[in-house]
Design a protein around this ligand. Structure first.
Ligand code: SF4
Ligand code: SF4
Length: 300
């Protein structure tokens, strides 16, 4: 049994999915691209530090460990720079649309959405497991030459497959247990982006002109990281059910996943002539107010 908020989120996600929003289609494309880039770098010989057999690579040439390490630092810096520049413009867009770890959480939710049909549930389990296994394999290609599975020692083959299976099992566990709590509480990249890209000019805009918000709560319910999309420009102190207080930085924590916009569009779909107050767009300066004592609020 899922907690109440998650139950409602899953129900809303199912309703949104039936309208086939463009966000999900975009996410499939960007996620495939992310995975393809991670796998392509070592497969094309751009860089690899081969921990088993020392078949280190840099720009398709065999190099020693130090040379490969330098290549690794450069490759990771380029990948990081690319996500950083994207996030400088659209906030934590990479978290919402490019991060495979975040996407794994979504695959777990797809299993929840399919819970009434057993075969569909199994299919979603398989899809989630397949994605996790592919992602782990892509990451391992940076550290292991796959030829070890053909001509390596028995020990090397067993260990390589064992590490792949253990990491995949960990990813699968993440998909069904930890989910987006990881993005909020533990992801070091997310934590970093929360501060350095918090003034991105594009994000979730709440504008009640020309149509008023009907305060249905759908956007808050569907938000995977428990934000209030109508108040992302504010800094809030939130108290959880155990009484612990936590500071939330709205706009800096928003993953730009688009779920709230999709939910609001769904709510307004039947309201002829009205415009959904939530959208993705350019943020006005007041959306970037820094936290002050007056702005902080306690919500249960
Ligand atoms: S989903 Fe739209 S209408 Fe409903 S509370 Fe959020 S902003 Fe208002
Ligand atoms: S506020 Fe909207 S876009 Fe931001 S994380 Fe929540 S649902 Fe996603």
């Amino acid at each position: 049994m899922l907690p109440l908020k998650d139950e409602d989120r899953v129900r809303l996600l199912s309703a949104v999915a039936k309208r086939s929003t463009s966000f999900e289609a975009i996410r499939v494309v960007t996620m495939t691209l992310s995975l393809a880039i991670v796998a392509a770098v070592p497969l094309m010989g751009i860089v690899r530090i081969d921990l088993w057999q020392g078949h280190h690579l840099r720009l398709q040439e065999g190099v020693d460990g130090i040379g490969a390490l330098k290549g690794m630092v450069i490759a990771l810096s380029i990948l990081y720079g690319f996500t950083f520049l994207t996030n400088m413009v659209v906030g934590r867009f990479f978290c919402g649309f490019g991060c495979p770890v975040g996407y794994v959480s979504r695959l777990g939710e797809k299993v929840d959405r399919a819970r009434k049909t057993r075969w569909l549930r199994w299919l979603e389990h398989l899809r989630g497991a397949g994605f996790v296994a592919a992602f782990v394999a892509a990451v391992m290609l940076w550290w292991v030459d796959p030829r070890v599975l053909l001509d390596g020692s028995l020990r090397a083959r067993i260990l390589t497959l064992g590490i792949w299976a253990a990491l995949s099992a960990g990813g699968f566990f993440h998909a069904f247990w930890w989910r987006f709590a990881f993005c909020v509480k533990a992801c070091p990249i997310g934590l970093y982006y929360r501060y350095v890209t918090s003034k991105a000019p594009v994000g979730i805009v709440f504008n009640e002109s020309p149509s008023k918000c009907i305060e249905c709560g759908a956007c808050e319910t569907i938000c995977p990281v428990d934000l209030d999309p109508k108040r992302l420009g504010e800094s809030l102190v939130v108290r959880d059910s155990d009484g612990y207080e936590d500071e939330r930085y709205g706009d800096a924590e928003c993953l730009r996943c688009g779920d709230c916009v999709a939910a609001c569009l769904l709510v307004f779909a039947k309201r002829q002539g009205e415009v959904a107050p939530l959208r993705i767009g350019r943020l006005t300066p007041h959306k970037h107010e820094t936290p002050t004592a007056n702005q902080s609020k306690i919500s249960a």
